[in-house]
Structures are given as structure tokens and as C-alpha cells.
Design a binder for this molecule. Structure first.
Ligand SMILES: Nc1ncnc2c1ncn2[C@@H]1O[C@H](COP(=O)(O)OP(=O)(O)OP(=O)(O)O)[C@@H](O)[C@H]1O
Length: 254
């Protein structure tokens, strides 16, 4: 079982303002908020890639800053918002990069993890294709497969559904829930509030670097919170689990 991710008074100057939260594994947590709210900054801090100016992020009892890079990479799998692929690799080679933090592990174990990640992201038919010849969504799936191949304790993904079609997005959400059911932690930055409402166990809402709400989707994404944070008139429609967000288009000009 993965350790908890514990944030204490996290400050990144001009970007995050004293964020405290305690994330337990075994659940899918969504981070939501308007553009520039600090979501990606927070996720980078959770991944140990951005050192806060004050406060700490710990994995269990251990501050991330005190973990060796390889141990951190084995525990915290991170998918950035707009990942670049600098070299023209095949899909399989790209996915195999997810095994780098496990150097020295048996080759069979590595291959099994790579094969499982390729299958999970429906990339079997694209295995030998070079990444430069993939569509945007296929490339996004290959990059996600690289993170899955690591089999990290925590999956931290910034807008993982952004380029995916409906079926692949639904399939990836199912994978995230499977990972959580296996005892991993899953933290996703999501712009689609309906996805967060319907499929997250917990939601953190950020605005201008501050944590505005932290709770169940019903609490953190209430119509009142959305109106206040996003300044749009909204109404939730439908039943729990399949809700849709109706957004009013009344002019915001005064
Ligand atoms: N490298 C950086 N150096 C300084 N400021 C930055 C840097 N990256 C982002 N910012 C600023 O920090 C704030 C938070 O940015 P961040 O990328 O975390 O927002 P976000 O909530 O992920 O936004 P979006 O929804 O647009 O992706 C923004 O005001 C942004 O302009």
C-alpha cells in the first residue's frame, strides 16, 4: 500500500498560497480550477519536481526533498500537461522508458509491465510505430502508457483525458479506478467538471493559488462553488454518476 501524500502550508511565490491537504491512496482525487489557478504547479510539487518556497510535501513520513530521485520516480508517476517527446522513438521504446527507475529488475518483470501498459492504453497495433507518426490522442495514450509501465504507487496526471476520444477517455478513467482499487493513489488535473463530479472520489478546487474547496465532488463542485470560482451560471442536471453541467451564456459584461 502506498503512503499518504501530505502537503503542509505549501507556498510557491505568486502561484500557491499555503496549501495544506492530506491525500490517501485508494482513491481518485481531482484537482480543478480556472486557468492559472495553480493546478499544474501543485501537481509538480506533488511529483517532487518543483521545490516549494515554503512548506513541505511528504510521502508518508518522508519529505520528497529527502528521497533519492530513483525512489521518488518509482513511487510517483507523473504525466505533464503538454509532454514533449524529444526523440523519435517507437511506441514500445517510449513505454519502456517508464522502467528506467527500476534498473536492475528482472527483464521478464519489465517486459510484463510494458506489455500490460501497452494493452491498457490500447496500443497493441501501434507498438512499432514511431511516435512522430502518431495522432495527438495516440501520442497522449503512449505517454500515459509510459507512466503506467513504471507501476508507481501514485499516478499524477495533468489533463490525461484532454486529447482522448470518448471511448478511450472512459477506458482510461476505468483504469484509474482499477489502480485506486489496487491501493494506488491517483491525482488528476481535470478541466471537465462533469468528469470530476461523476468519476472522482474527492475534489480539490484551486483559485488564484488558494485551496477553495476540498471534499466530495458534491461538496467541492456544488453550483455555488462553481459560480463563485469560475464566475459562470451553472446547473447540474441528471443523476449522480452521469451528471451533466448546464452552463448559462448570459453576458458577464456589466
Ligand atoms: N515557470 C513558471 N514561472 C513563474 N510563473 C509560472 C510558471 N508557470 C506557471 N506560472 C504562473 O503560475 C500560475 C499558476 O500556473 P499553473 O500552470 O499552475 O496554472 P493551472 O491552474 O495549471 O492553469 P491551466 O488551467 O491554464 O493549465 C499562473 O499565473 C502562471 O502564469
Amino acid at each position: 500500500m502506498a503512503g499518504d501524500l501530505v502537503l503542509e502550508h505549501l507556498v510557491v511565490t505568486d502561484r500557491l498560497d499555503a496549501i495544506s491537504s492530506h491525500l490517501a491512496p485508494g482513491a481518485v482525487t481531482a484537482i480543478c480550477g480556472p486557468n492559472g489557478a495553480g493546478k499544474s504547479t501543485l501537481l509538480s510539487c506533488l511529483a517532487g519536481l518543483l521545490t516549494p518556497d515554503a512548506g513541505t510535501v511528504g510521502l508518508g513520513e518522508i519529505p520528497l526533498s529527502q528521497m533519492a530521485a530513483d525512489a521518488r520516480a518509482r513511487s510517483l508517476g507523473y504525466l505533464p500537461q503538454a509532454p514533449e517527446v524529444a526523440w523519435d522513438l517507437s511506441v514500445e521504446t517510449l513505454v519502456s522508458l517508464g522502467r528506467l527507475p527500476w534498473r536492475g529488475a528482472p527483464a521478464q518483470e519489465a517486459q510484463a509491465a510494458i506489455d500490460a501498459a501497452i494493452a491498457a492504453m490500447d496500443l497493441g497495433g501501434l507498438r512499432t510505430r514511431s511516435v512522430s507518426r502518431l495522432s495527438g490522442g495516440e501520442r497522449a495514450r503512449a505517454l500515459m502508457a509510459r507512466v503506467l509501465a513504471t507501476k508507481p504507487d501514485w499516478l499524477l496526471a495533468d489533463e490525461p483525458l484532454a486529447n482522448l476520444d470518448l471511448a478511450h477517455a472512459a477506458s482510461l478513467m476505468r483504469r484509474f479506478h482499477e489502480q485506486a482499487a489496487e491501493g494506488r493513489g491517483v491525482v488528476l488535473v481535470l478541466h471537465d467538471l462533469a468528469t470530476a463530479m461523476n468519476h472522482a472520489d474527492r475534489v480539490l478546487v484551486l483559485n488564484r493559488g488558494r485551496l477553495i474547496a476540498d471534499g466530495t465532488p458534491d461538496e467541492a463542485l456544488s453550483e455555488a462553488v462553481i459560480r463563485k470560482v469560475w464566475s459562470v451560471d451553472v446547473q447540474w442536471l441528471g443523476e449522480r454518476g452521469t451528471r451533466a453541467l448546464a452552463v448559462g451564456l448570459a453576458s458577464d459584461e456589466k
